[in-house]
Design a protein around this ligand. Structure first.
Ligand SMILES: [Zn+2]
Length: 140
């Protein structure tokens, strides 16, 4: 359940959390998966957190490793991306990048913080059964 899509027209990353009414901002078919270019739909209700998803009959075709994400997982990804720089002065000037692709490991990091001097620090929300060993393989 990604927060990030790609604008099919411009190639830009689209963070659904930055849009109050994403269905008004984008035409149907404009938003595609970062990894397989498949069409994404917007899920935005009164209770559930806004996110994108592939159509039920058209799952993601990318070979990136994925694990199902619960709403709790989405909640903590959002919280971490928004609050870490407020909680830690070390992260004050770092840019949070949700769903950061790591092509070398065919993984998608929950959040990467890009520091002005080039450092990249990846954070994973650990509510699933990914082992520490699997996470270590993502270190590149
Ligand atoms: Zn996809």
């Amino acid at each position: 359940m990604p927060f990030i899509a790609k604008n099919k027209q411009t190639g830009d990353r689209v963070n659904i959390l930055e849009y109050q009414n994403p269905r008004e901002e984008f035409q149907k078919g404009d938003l595609v998966c970062l990894f397989c270019d498949g069409e994404l739909i917007i899920v935005a209700g009164f209770v559930r957190m806004k996110h994108f998803r592939h159509r039920q009959n058209s799952p993601c075709k990318s070979d990136y490793g994925r694990h199902p994400e619960s709403y709790e997982h989405l909640f903590f990804k959002k919280l971490l991306s928004e609050k870490l720089s407020q909680e830690s002065s070390e992260y004050l000037n770092a840019e949070p990048i949700l769903e950061y692709p790591i092509p070398e490991a065919k993984r998608i990091a929950d959040i990467a913080f890009q520091f002005p001097n080039g450092w990249l620090v990846v954070h994973e929300v650990q509510l699933s059964s990914i082992t520490t060993e699997e996470l270590q393989k993502c270190v590149v």
